[in-house]
Design a protein around this ligand. Structure first.
Ligand code: PEP
Length: 258
C-alpha cells in the first residue's frame, strides 16, 4: 500500500531558534490532535533549512511518524564545490528525505533535467528518499502543453532508474502558477495530472509499481482546502509551503487525510 505524506517546505524561512520552536509547536499540535493513521500509512516530513537539519532530526529521533527533509542537495558526491551541501552531509544529520527539483531551484538556479537526475541518483545511493518536484508554468498550461512538460520532466530525470530505485521515489506535482499565489489547482485538476503521472509511470514500469508511488500535490495547500485535495484517489498528500510555517494550519493539514 502506498504511503500518504504531509510534507512541509519551509524554504528560506526561520532561524536556528525559530526553527527549533516551530518543530516543537508542530509536535505539540500533533500530541493534542494525533493523526488517525499509523506511521506505516502516513508520514509527516518537515523540509527545514540546512542549519536546522541536525537539531530537528535529533528532536525527532524516536518519532516514527515525523521525518526531516533537506530542501536541496548538490549533484556531486564531494570535493571543491564551495558552499554546497552533499547528500552524505545531509544523511549525517539524520534527515531521511531530500526535496529535489523544486520549481524555485529550476527557475532561479537553472537546474537541468540532467543535474536533477544526478541528485536523485545520489540521494538513492545514500539511502535517502527523493521528493521529486515537477509542474508547469501558467503559460504552458494555457498553451495546452502541461501534460507533455510534466511527462518530460519525469522521464528526463527519473526514467533511467531501475524498478527498485523508482519505487523509492516520491513525486510532488506542483503547478508553478499555484505555488505561493493563493490560487490552488482544483481537486479535479490535481487528480487529472496525478492520474496522468501515474499512467506515465505505468507505461514504463508497469501498473503494479505505478500504484505504489506516492504522488503529492503542492501549490497553496492550506487548512481549508487540504481535505478535498487529499480525498482525490491519486493525490497521496501534499507538499506545503506557506501553511507549513504555521503549526496550527500544518497540523490541520496533516489531519486532513480520510
Ligand atoms: C512549495 O513551496 O512547494 C509550495 C507548494 O508553496 P505554497 O504551499 O506556499 O504554495
Amino acid at each position: 500500500m502506498r504511503k500518504k505524506i504531509a510534507a512541509g517546505n519551509w524554504k528560506m524561512n526561520t532561524t536556528f531558534e525559530t526553527g527549533k520552536k516551530l518543530v516543537g509547536e508542530i509536535l505539540d499540535g500533533l500530541a493534542a490532535n494525533p493523526p488517525k493513521q499509523s506511521p506505516n500509512e502516513m508520514l509527516v516530513v518537515l523540509g527545514v533549512p540546512f542549519i536546522t537539519l541536525k537539531k530537528a532530526a535529533n528532536i525527532l529521533k524516536n518519532n516514527p511518524q515525523v521525518k526531516i527533509a533537506a530542501q536541496n542537495c548538490y549533484s556531486e558526491e564531494k570535493g571543491a564545490f564551495t558552499g554546497e551541501i552533499s547528500v552524505e552531509m545531509i544523511k549525517s544529520t539524520g534527515a531521511e528525505f531530500v526535496i529535489i527539483g523544486h520549481s524555485e531551484r529550476r527557475e532561479y538556479f537553472n537546474e537541468s533535467f540532467e543535474m536533477l537526475a544526478k541528485k536523485v541518483d545520489l540521494t538513492l545511493k545514500h539511502g535517502l528518499t527523493p521528493i521529486f518536484c515537477c509542474g508547469e508554468k501558467l503559460e504552458t498550461r494555457e498553451a495546452g502543453q502541461h501534460f507533455d512538460l510534466v511527462k518530460n520532466q519525469i522521464a528526463g530525470s527519473l526514467f533511467h532508474l531501475n524498478d527498485d530505485e523508482l519505487s523509492k521515489v516520491v513525486i510532488a506535482y506542483e503547478p508553478v502558477w499555484a505555488i505561493g499565489t493563493g490560487v490552488t489547482a482544483s481537486p479535479a485538476q490535481a487528480q487529472e495530472m496525478h492520474a496522468f503521472i501515474r499512467n506515465t509511470i505505468a507505461g514504463k514500469y508497469g501498473k503494479a509499481l505505478a500504484d505504489e508511488i506516492t504522488i503529492l500535490y503542492g501549490g497553496s495547500v492550506g487548512a481549508k482546502n487540504a481535505k478535498e485535495l487529499f480525498s482525490q484517489s491519486d493525490v497521496d498528500g501534499g507538499l506545503v509551503g506557506g501553511a507549513s510555517l504555521k503549526a496550527e494550519d500544518f497540523v490541520t493539514i496533516i489531519n486532513s487525510f480520510n
